[in-house]
Design a protein around this ligand. Structure first.
Ligand code: SF4
Length: 331
């Protein structure tokens, strides 16, 4: 999923009840929804920074600081074809491999610029308040699925090395994944690196049924939902994962009760299988979707869905992030 938008565009759920707020405080840092609310950089989601091919720093309200995005899919290829995908694929780059040397140089450039404070002089970051002038994470996200790349683990190693060279041990490495490649050799090789370097896996799970997966995520080639859930469970047995779920309307209709029930069954399956879920993030469309049939859920419906998830898996914190009415991408 192109998820740096995840950090930048989702509006933090308003009016959390106290109990939920407590869960959230346990699971993550204390939410401060208004921090940086007037900062223009919060809405600036450009993936182009200087002359870089792979690296794009963005300001994240949710992270309350800078997120160094890593897009190792500038070719915009993805193993899913989600109806709600926000990636504009009208322009693609023809690249058949990840240039690891370039990635390393770009990460060093971004981390150095952020660490020495020079980055805050750039016009797009000029009005960022002092409390947000910090590096929160390096996030593998972008215009396709990062874990599908054979060089994924090497890219993680470069991120870890860049972090160490810049003396930033507390900066996280976040991997935003569509969960379709969690059984792959490159992910198996990357996991120990992530564990040793403050890494986190944020795994997409949008469907409770095979039919929903096929309709919403449209895996290419076809994939079994059971395999995807099994992959998440296997990874989550060793480290707690964040589950990201996007609920939305198709031709005006949100997911029905049976689908939501099947979805919470899949969460329960992960937990019963020994998987650890640190957080479930429930969100909806916030930027122009690929399909004209896809539209965001109203805030109250998203809240209701989040409450349903909380009731089904009360031991897991659940956050909801509102969307916006976004016009579909041009055909
Ligand atoms: S198709 Fe789906 S998984 Fe792939 S980049 Fe788009 S939203 Fe992410």
């Amino acid at each position: 999923m192109p998820v740096l938008s995840y950090l930048v565009f989702w509006r933090f759920r308003r009016g959390l009840p106290p109990a939920v707020g407590t869960w959230y405080n346990i699971a993550m840092d204390k939410p401060q929804a208004n921090i940086g609310a007037k900062t223009r950089a919060i809405g600036d989601h450009r993936r182009q920074w200087r002359d870089c091919l792979y690296v794009y720093p963005v300001l994240s309200r949710r992270a309350r600081g800078l997120s160094i995005g890593v897009n190792i899919n500038p070719d915009k290829r993805c193993s899913f074809g989600c109806l709600y995908c926000q990636v504009d694929r009208h322009i693609r780059r023809n690249l058949d491999h990840v240039d690891l040397d370039t990635l390393g140089a770009e990460l060093k450039l971004a981390l150095d610029a952020a660490a020495c404070g020079e980055i805050w002089d750039e016009p797009r970051f000029a009005d960022v308040p002092p409390e947000m002038r910090r590096i929160n994470d390096i996030a593998f996200s972008g215009d396709g699925e990062p874990t599908s790349k054979a060089e994924f683990d090497k890219a993680v190693k470069i991120a870890a090395d860049a972090k160490a060279a810049s003396h930033l041990p507390n900066v996280k490495i976040v991997v935003i994944t569509n969960s379709a490649h969690l059984h792959s050799p490159q992910v198996a090789r990357a996991l120990p690196l992530l564990d040793a370097n403050n890494g986190e896996i944020w795994a997409k799970l949008d469907a409770g049924t095979q039919a929903r997966l096929d309709t919403v995520n449209r895996p290419r080639p076809a994939r079994l939902l059971a395999d995807i859930v099994d992959g998440i469970t296997a990874v989550a047995r060793e480290r707690a994962v964040v589950i990201q779920t996007l609920f939305f309307r198709i031709d005006g209709l949100g997911p029905d009760r049976a689908e939501v029930s099947a979805y919470t069954d899949r969460l329960r399956e992960i937990l019963d299988g020994g998987g650890l879920i640190r957080l479930v993030q429930v969100h909806t469309i916030a930027r122009s979707p690929l399909s004209p049939s896809a539209s965001s859920l109203p805030d109250e419906q998203l809240d209701a869905l989040a409450d349903t998830v909380r009731q089904a898996v009360p031991e897991v914190p659940v956050e909801a992030y509102y969307g916006t009415d976004a016009k579909p991408q041009r055909p």
